[in-house]
Design a protein around this ligand. Structure first.
Ligand SMILES: N[C@@H](CCC(=O)N[C@@H](CS)C(=O)NCC(=O)O)C(=O)O
Length: 243
């Protein structure tokens, strides 16, 4: 049975509690006070047929849009997957407010989006990688991505405007995830990267990002790590045993 017919008009975000890619979307929606509903998909269980039929990648986030949303009529239902595609759609609906007007600056932001994807893949290894060699390699690769991110951020001013940009929506969940990984690995992954550290401080405290973050996020993430049976779950065995 598909729940799609039961979704209210407007926006429904298909989510998974710990997903940083979902947080990109909900951070924007909170920042612009756009009402939305959420529907949880357990991506580690058998995914529902209606979900796979509409989102063949089987990944969240996905956005279901019904009727008029931000002055655009999406008809009976429109379903969009992939956080970057959803962010571009939101950017269009929000009259391009999520991106800088200046094209050189826009290119810098896009470069950072690509670096953020790299960093996500290394973070994933740190979360659920099995062997210490694999982890060490991911930490080395992470340092390279972080150096590049730090260089890019060094020439960007930390924003002070009220509503957030696409860059902030992409980096907040990532830098928050790395903050938690740092405490679990007892390692300052941002050591020496002063600009990145300053941005991390700014991004992790952004009110719309805080609204997008489940209140028990670290615990939910810990549960996910402990179930993964990877290197980190062994390292955190004491914490895992308390769950
Ligand atoms: N490139 C995708 C990545 C999304 C993604 O990796 N989502 C994860 C949860 S955080 C997922 O749904 N995984 C399920 C799967 O791989 O089967 C995006 O930006 O939306």
């Amino acid at each position: 049975m598909s729940p799609l017919d039961d979704f209210a008009r407007g926006i429904t975000v298909l989510n998974f509690s710990i997903c940083p890619f979902v947080q990109r979307i909900t951070t924007v929606l909170h920042s612009y006070n756009i009402h939305f509903d959420s529907y949880s998909i357990d991506i580690y269980d058998q995914k529902p047929e209606w979900f796979i039929d509409n989102i063949p990648s089987g990944k969240v986030p996905a956005l279901c849009l019904k009727g008029e949303v931000l002055n655009y009529d999406f008809g009976d239902i429109t379903i969009v997957g992939d956080s970057m595609i959803i962010l571009s759609l939101l950017n269009e609906l929000l009259a391009e407010k999520l991106m800088p007007k200046d094209s050189v600056l826009r290119t810098k932001h896009r470069k950072l989006f690509a670096l953020a994807e790299e960093l996500h893949s290394h973070s994933r290894v740190l979360l659920i990688g099995k062997e210490s060699d694999e982890i060490n390699l991911a930490i080395e690769k992470m340092a390279l991505s972080l150096k590049a991110i730090n260089d890019e951020l060094s020439v960007l001013e930390i924003p002070i405007q009220e509503n957030i940009s696409m860059l902030e929506a992409i980096l907040s969940p990532l830098f928050n995830l790395i903050k938690i990984l740092q405490s679990w690995y007892r390692k300052d992954l941002f050591e020496g990267y002063t600009h990145t550290k300053a941005w991390q401080e700014h991004l992790c405290n952004l009110p719309p990002f805080q609204q997008a973050l489940p209140h028990n996020y670290e615990l939910l993430l810990l549960d996910f790590v402990c179930r993964s049976d990877g290197y980190l779950s062994t390292k955190l065995a004491n914490k895992c045993s308390l769950l």
